[in-house]
Ligand binder design. Sequence first.
Ligand code: FES
Length: 109
Amino acid sequence: MQRKRYKVLECGALLAGQLAYADVEGLPVALANVDGVLYAFGDACRHEGGPLSEGVLIDDTVTCPWHGWTYSVRTGKSIVPPIGLRVPIYPVFLEDDGVYIEVDWDDAP
Ligand code: FES
């Protein structure tokens, strides 16, 4: 297993209700702030690869800007048909100097 930690944001850079994008060694990652809790998940929509970080975040649901598929930012699961498809999710860590995520490259898409 090759798990690595990457800094993706400065502390406080992502306000509640906002989305952000991070390129992690070529891996597209979306970040969401839901009521002060940060989540990280794959930026590419399972439909045609739309950028979820450019979508709309309402509560813990992100809606793809291209055709409206929706996902839980907590679980990565799609929540309207086709239900059950997933985008990957990544653990988030708050450290003194910023926000980090961990990517297990054995599992990365
Ligand atoms: S690419 Fe996301 S809904 Fe079509």
